[in-house]
Design a protein around this ligand. Structure first.
Ligand SMILES: NC(=O)c1ccc[n+]([C@@H]2O[C@H](COP(=O)([O-])OP(=O)(O)OC[C@H]3O[C@@H](n4cnc5c(N)ncnc54)[C@H](O)[C@@H]3O)[C@@H](O)[C@H]2O)c1
Length: 348
């Protein structure tokens, strides 16, 4: 079968990674054009991968040879681009989160679904071989009843303040990855309590955001969870997870970028990952391969719009908890298509 032909729209931190992965002609996908409103960036990524580039999104969407788009623009632009692309008949891979508020998220999912195209959201951890192997063993019953979930997601240094201002806030931008992982590994969540502070960078506090957070979870199956997040860990990028259960404990932690140690008297040093690109080369490539395979096979993507909505609702609950100092209760409603959360406090 021929490869699915994709365009990447938005060529900043994340879009460059997607473009590079697709340019290597994956098993089922290939890059045909790149687009960014900033011409210099579009031109340099186009030249790097020897593909056409444009600043005109309409041009990409009018191109019949483009079957699917990867949207990696700032979050506030996702809904317009996703709906426009879907209505032009393009399958849509959209970076997380889908939108900056719930109503727009729901409307975007509905408008894209109505067109019948495939829609996948960028929760890459679900495609990382370490997490996939652990989840497979949990599903096979090897861990037994889960007791405790613990996960850390820490960036070495914060992104620019201009990015943060359009990010939707810390919980919606960062913690959302851990909340998706928590649902995927352990199950649905009925209580969220969050603490946040801006200690690393005063500029982040000045825009009303935070850079450090702790989130405590109670799951529907009575397990407990704790998430710690930082935008400014200093030493490097860390993404680690542990699940303690009845029969086993699973730990996922691949701190090293290069896998050697340098030993000197009384000391052992090893490298640490600098950022998400170093930690997740396989996961970012695999999520696009899987997306293309869903398009070819007509199967449902592993991360659906409803999964993204659930993670968004949980992030909103964490945000509400941090702002009000209260524990937020949630009711996960199970339906045929997935799970839809109801928050038991007024949305902020
Ligand atoms: N899955 C992950 O691990 C991960 C990591 C980082 C960022 N993200 C997500 O990816 C998205 C982009 O984040 P980033 O850090 O790459 O941002 P960025 O600011 O580095 O890059 C965004 C790019 O989009 C371009 N752009 C802006 N508006 C556009 C438009 N309308 N059409 C075309 N191009 C446009 C900008 O010129 C810029 O080059 C965000 O939604 C973010 O949450 C996901």
């Amino acid at each position: 079968m021929s490869r699915v032909r994709l365009a990447v729209i938005g060529l900043g931190r994340m879009g460059r990674i997607h473009a590079a992965n697709l340019a290597q002609r994956r098993r089922s996908a290939e890059l045909v054009v790149v687009a960014d409103t900033y011409p210099g960036r579009a031109a340099s990524v186009g030249a790097e991968h020897d593909v056409p580039w444009t600043t005109d999104i309409d041009h990409v969407l009018a191109d019949d040879s483009v079957q699917a788009v990867v949207i990696a623009t700032p979050t506030g632009t996702h809904p317009g681009l996703a709906v426009q692309a879907a209505q032009a008949g393009k399958h849509v891979f959209c970076e997380k989160p889908i939108a900056l508020d719930r109503q727009t998220t729901v409307e975007t999912i509905s408008a894209v679904d109505q067109t019948g195209v495939s829609f996948q959201v960028g929760f890459h951890r679900r495609f990382d071989p370490d997490w996939v192997a652990v989840v497979d063993r949990i599903r096979a019953g090897e861990l037994g009843r889960p007791y405790l979930f613990r996960t850390s997601l820490r960036d070495r240094k914060p992104p620019p303040v201009e990015f943060l201002q359009g990010s939707g806030g810390f919980f919606v931008d960062v913690t959302i990855h851990d909340l998706d992982t928590a649902r995927w590994m352990i199950g649905e969540i009925v209580e969220v309590t969050a603490y946040g502070t801006a200690v690393a960078d005063p500029a982040i506090g000045e825009i009303g955001d935070i850079d450090t957070a702790l989130v405590v979870l109670r799951f529907e199956n009575d397990a407990l969870g704790v998430i710690d997040n930082s935008r400014a860990a200093g030493y490097g990028y860390e993404c680690s997870t542990e699940v303690m259960g009845e029969h086993a404990t699973a730990r996922i932690d691949r701190p090293q970028h290069l896998h050697y140690q340098w030993l000197t008297p009384g000391q052992a040093a090893h490298s640490v990952n600098a950022d998400f690109e170093q930690r997740y080369p396989v996961a970012y490539a695999e999520e696009l391969t899987a997306f293309a395979q869903c398009i070819r096979n007509g199967t449902t993507p592993k991360v659906t719009g409803l999964d993204a909505l659930a993670a968004f609702d949980l992030a909103t609950a964490a945000d509400a908890s941090w702002r009000t100092g209260q524990t937020i209760s949630l009711s996960p409603g199970h339906c045929q298509e997935g799970v839809v959360y109801q928050l038991e406090v007024p949305r902020l």
